[in-house]
Design a protein around this ligand. Structure first.
Ligand SMILES: *Cc1c(COP(=O)(O)O)cnc(C)c1O
Length: 377
């Protein structure tokens, strides 16, 4: 049985008519930039995420960039972040001339180690940027306690974590800014690039809105040097159709995660394969279900051969990326992240995945594990 890593078509089919109607509404209005779709989406997502200000932007990457720009982060500043995330997290910092001060992860959660994050703070630290990787919240309280006292803003990279919670609080509303992505593979995906910036702070929201359109207010009067970070009205219309279904899709992913746990246990694979954990104070939304094994590359080849989709998130931590060579790191600096990069493998978890497909995924992994055990005897 072939199982794709993600099946966007399965999500699209039942909503096809509603999505086409929403896109037609925008086409018929000929209002493609800002306007009523963006206003409505911002209202609806602010209510859904429990935040005061939701600012629709062009991508998750631009949400990060805009958050840093709104905080006036520039050359000479330091931003503490994880070495293990999608590139945009560190890329946004470097694009502004600031220095990403990288720290290792907690190997149990893949998220930034809060103690190391706190220890990395210097007088030049202008922000801390934890990532809620794969849909599980970073351990925010220890970081927030120190950051609030030191008046260092925390920016949450919640690109993979929409609808996730930490101690019952929705992510994206705990730090000064929350950054979300609607890249098609995220739990709430647009038909192209789109993102969202959230904040409780009135003044920072106003500043981010200004920066979103070249610092311009009114037309052709520029107060700040911003950029074009607007979301297309077409993407907003698509997201307005999809957002009401997000909670059901997330429940589907959580149900599938629970089913994987049962299947791995029943197959006796728990010793050979490490499964993602969900600490009791956090709600995992499983943007990815990432397993670990020291035989990751061989397992991936085995799954490829059977037509089962898997992916490596991420094969190279930031401190070993060629473009960040000038940070002066080397292999061995962040051993937990390096090991995660060598061992992690995402397996299919999307909500429409069937029980039979999941059984096929686990059976394929079981076959691999038993072959290995047989070969080593
Ligand atoms: C997807 C992602 C981003 C960037 O979002 P885009 O919409 O693709 O620009 C940033 N950070 C993390 C952790 C992501 O997963």
């Amino acid at each position: 049985m072939r199982v794709p890593l993600l099946d966007l078509d399965a999500q699209y089919r039942p909503l096809r008519e509603a999505l086409l109607a929403a896109m037609t509404r925008v086409c018929d209005s000929q209002r493609f930039i800002m306007g009523p779709e963006i206003d409505a989406l911002e209202r609806e997502l602010a209510a859904m995420l429990g935040v005061r200000h939701a600012i629709a932007v062009s991508s998750g990457t631009d949400a990060l960039l805009l958050a840093l720009m709104a905080l006036d982060i520039k050359a000479g500043d330091e931003v503490v972040t994880t070495t293990y995330s999608f590139f945009a997290t560190a890329g946004a910092i470097v694009r502004l001339g600031a220095r990403p001060v990288l720290v290792d992860i907690d190997p149990a959660t893949f998220n930034i180690d809060p103690v190391q994050a706190i220890n990395a703070i210097t007088p030049r630290t202008k922000a801390i940027l934890p990532v809620h990787l794969f849909g599980l919240s970073a351990d925010l309280d220890p970081i927030m306690d120190v950051a609030v006292r030191a008046r260092i803003p925390v920016i949450e990279d919640a690109a993979q974590a929409i609808g996730s919670t930490y101690k019952s609080r929705p992510l994206g509303g705990i730090g000064v800014f929350g950054c979300f992505s609607f890249f098609p593979s995220k739990n709430l995906g647009a038909f192209g690039d789109a993102g969202l910036l959230t904040t409780e702070d009135e003044a920072l929201a106003a500043r981010a809105r200004l920066l979103r359109t070249h610092g311009m207010q009114p037309k052709y009067f520029h107060h700040l040097v911003g950029g074009n970070f607007r979301m297309d009205a077409l993407q907003a219309a698509v997201l307005r159709v999809k957002a009401p279904h997000l909670e059901a899709w997330t429940e589907g992913r959580r149900r599938n995660a629970a089913r994987y746990r049962r299947l791995f246990r029943e197959s006796g694979l728990e010793g050979a394969i490490a499964l993602p954990i969900e600490p009791p104070d956090r709600r995992h939304i499983f943007n990815q279900f990432v397993i670990r094994t020291s035989e990751r590359d061989a397992l991936k080849r085995h799954m490829d051969g059977l037509g089962i989709g898997t992916e490596i998130y991420y094969p190279v931590p930031f401190h070993l990326q060629p473009c960040f060579a000038d940070l002066g790191h080397r292999r061995g600096d962040f051993p937990h992240a390096e090991r995660a990069a060598d061992e992690s493998l995402a397996i299919p978890i999307y909500g429409e995945l069937t029980a039979a497909q999941q059984e096929a995924v686990v059976a394929a992994i079981g076959q691999f594990v038993h072959q290995r055990v047989g070969a080593s005897r």
